[in-house]
Design a protein around this ligand. Structure first.
Ligand code: AMP
Ligand code: ZN
Ligand code: FE
Ligand code: FE
Length: 282
């Protein structure tokens, strides 16, 4: 089995259609694929439509969170009931706040003499997709002001940059509780990926576990072997599932589909913690 529990399509900041993602997963020998676009489930229907026998589809979303001290955290919600209203409202509020936040980032860039408009950013966004900094990066690339998303993040859009503006997001505890109340499982994504910005302390895991955390994304390209070992120890010590995943974004990032995977026993543990069997299999 090859299990990849964290991927993005063009319904957020990935570049593949959900249909392409399903096809690529199948042709690359992936047996279990989760679609986890940022703060949305808009890509689910297309992924289901293109599913064929041989691939298990795990539907989810990567929920943007922020701690009370302003640290950005990503929480993967998997196998939740898509009709659950509180979870849908939480995602809708974040998507909505991402619009005003983008205007503020653009205002700061314009103030520094970087000429880019909200219309140019929206031109990079697929219909129905969650807006994010990568779309602004794409607009700057399209305008010839930068060579790649990576370059834009390095030069202008890092969490530590003066242009960075946060958007409303629930705390990790609220996101976990909301995912769980919707019958799903919560896995904290790349919690120690320190090259992206400030990360949570090891102590904060107690509070996430108390809120119902089910798993930790241990194997991820943005975490060093030492960071992975630390997370492995926390997961093992608290009987949490440990996952590995690609965080694939199509051509938006270097990450290759299936470059890190989750062990079948860990996936079985995680799936058993969901309220219902919601894996889609033809
Ligand atoms: P946002 O959700 O708008 O705060 O943007 C964060 C997203 O930007 C993350 O989910 C990453 O996928 C993406 N990102 C972060 N750093 C980079 C990078 N260096 N190159 C491309 N995408 C990045
Ligand atoms: Zn992303
Ligand atoms: Fe993430
Ligand atoms: Fe991601």
């Amino acid at each position: 089995m090859r299990i990849d529990l964290h991927t993005h399509s063009l319904f957020s900041d990935g570049t593949d259609r959900p249909s392409e993602l399903v096809n690529k997963a199948m042709s690359q020998g992936i047996t279990t694929l989760a679609l986890t676009d940022h703060d949305t489930i808009a890509g689910w229907d297309e992924a289901i439509e293109w599913l064929r026998p041989g691939l298990d589809l795990v539907l989810g979303s990567e929920i943007s969170c922020q701690t009370e001290d302003g640290i950005s955290v990503h929480m993967l919600g998997l196998l939740f009931d898509p009709k659950n209203q509180p979870l849908q409202e939480m995602m809708a509020q974040t998507r909505d706040n991402r619009m005003g936040r983008m205007e503020r980032i653009i205002g700061r860039m314009n103030g520094a003499g970087i000429e880019i408009t909200i219309e140019e950013v929206h031109a990079q966004l697929s219909e129905g997709a969650t807006l994010g900094r990568p779309h602004l990066a794409d607009a700057l690339v399209a305008k010839g002001l930068a060579k790649s998303r990576d370059e834009v993040f390095a030069d202008w859009l890092a969490n530590s940059s003066p242009f960075y503006v946060a958007h409303y997001s629930p705390t990790p505890e609220v996101a976990i509780a909301t995912i769980k109340a919707a019958g799903g499982v919560a896995v904290i994504a790349h919690p120690l990926a320190s090259l992206r910005g400030r990360v949570v302390s090891i102590d904060s895991f107690d509070s996430y576990i108390a809120a119902g955390l089910d798993g930790i994304e241990v194997k991820h390209r943005d975490q060093t072997p030492d960071q992975q070992q630390l997370l492995f120890d926390i997961a093992a010590g608290s009987d949490l599932a440990m996952t590995g995943s690609s965080d694939y974004h199509g051509t938006g990032k270097m990450n290759e589909l299936g470059e890190f995977t989750t062990d079948p026993e860990e996936w079985a543990k995680l799936e058993s913690r969901a309220e219902a069997r919601r894996v889609i299999r033809l």
